[in-house]
Design a protein around this ligand. Structure first.
Ligand SMILES: [Zn+2]
Length: 283
């Protein structure tokens, strides 16, 4: 395995990552850290629903889906929960208080808004209680965002780069294993860090039978300094069937929870509602 480690840090690359998260086809970086996942059933982990078969054909490169049918009335709000080795170090040192956004999660829960969470395995293990809370809510759905937010292509906004297909598959499988332990609405959806992917990466993940979801509405919420540009970006592009890309990112996405109510209100005013990603893509 050849592994090139660059700086690979979201926090060090605000402008670059904002761009990175801003367009389909491009990426995110990190290594396992944090406490091991404790699948203690007494904490109330719900029973797992078996993932629906047919997420992808294991004999072909992973397919990429950006949005659902435009004939429906629903939009999928998706939230990436990133964590890298570097970010975990920031948490350990106290430099960063949290990479969770409690206000955002509480808003979705209180308003009963369906959402899909693309979790890194590291995030799910670090924030076990929050991850279980998300998994335990039938309105929410879990999806895979790599284990440690490494890029699977070169030159993905300075993120650490994994170029060995076997290692890519192992990383993604490890994440599915971590997420599956949480129960709830499991999927075989996958999102590349920074949305960076190429033919080699799609071919590498094909055998996992997953579907890559880039989304068609990039909110630009990483490192945002104001909420209105996020609102404008989403309301400017979202339509029926859209998949909106946002982040559950603590200080790396500090305005998302402020923008979200306006986004929800604005889409509702257009007659659009919200559904889990699997429902939007199926519909
Ligand atoms: Zn990410």
């Amino acid at each position: 395995m050849r592994r090139r480690r660059t700086l690979g840090i979201l926090a060090a690359l605000p402008a670059a990552f904002l761009t990175a998260c801003g367009r389909p086809g491009t990426g995110g970086g990190g290594t396992p850290a944090g406490p091991a996942l404790d699948p203690d059933p007494s904490v109330g982990a719900p029973e797992m629903e078996t993932p629906v078969p047919g997420w992808g054909d294991p004999d072909r490169p992973a397919r990429v889906v950006n949005h659902g049918s435009r004939d429906g009335e629903s939009v999928a709000l998706t939230f990436d929960a990133d964590l890298t080795e570097y970010m975990a170090g920031q948490l350990d040192s106290g430099e960063v208080e949290t990479y969770h956004n409690e206000e955002l999660l509480a808003y979705l829960e209180d308003e009963r808004i369906p959402a899909t969470f693309f979790m890194t395995g590291m995030w799910a293990e670090r924030y076990v209680e929050e991850a279980r809370r998300i998994a335990g809510n039938p309105l929410f759905e879990l999806a895979n965002h790599t284990y440690e937010h490494q890029a699977f292509t070169a030159d993905c906004y300075g993120l650490a780069f994994e170029d060995d297909p076997e290692a890519m598959r192992a990383d993604v499988e490890r994440t599915f294993t971590a997420l599956t332990a949480l129960g709830g609405n499991q999927t075989r959806y996958f999102r590349f860090p920074g949305l960076c992917h190429d033919k080699a990466a799609l071919k590498a993940l094909g055998p996992l039978g997953l579907t890559v979801v880039d989304g068609d509405v990039v909110s630009g919420d990483p490192f945002a300094e104001a909420s209105q540009p996020i609102v404008d970006a989403v309301l400017g592009r979202a339509e029926a069937g859209s998949v909106v890309v946002m982040h559950l990112g603590g200080p790396n996405a500090p305005m998302t929870h402020i923008a979200l109510p306006s986004i929800v209100d604005g889409l509702r005013e257009r007659g659009l509602g919200f559904a889990r990603l699997s429902e939007v893509l199926a519909g």
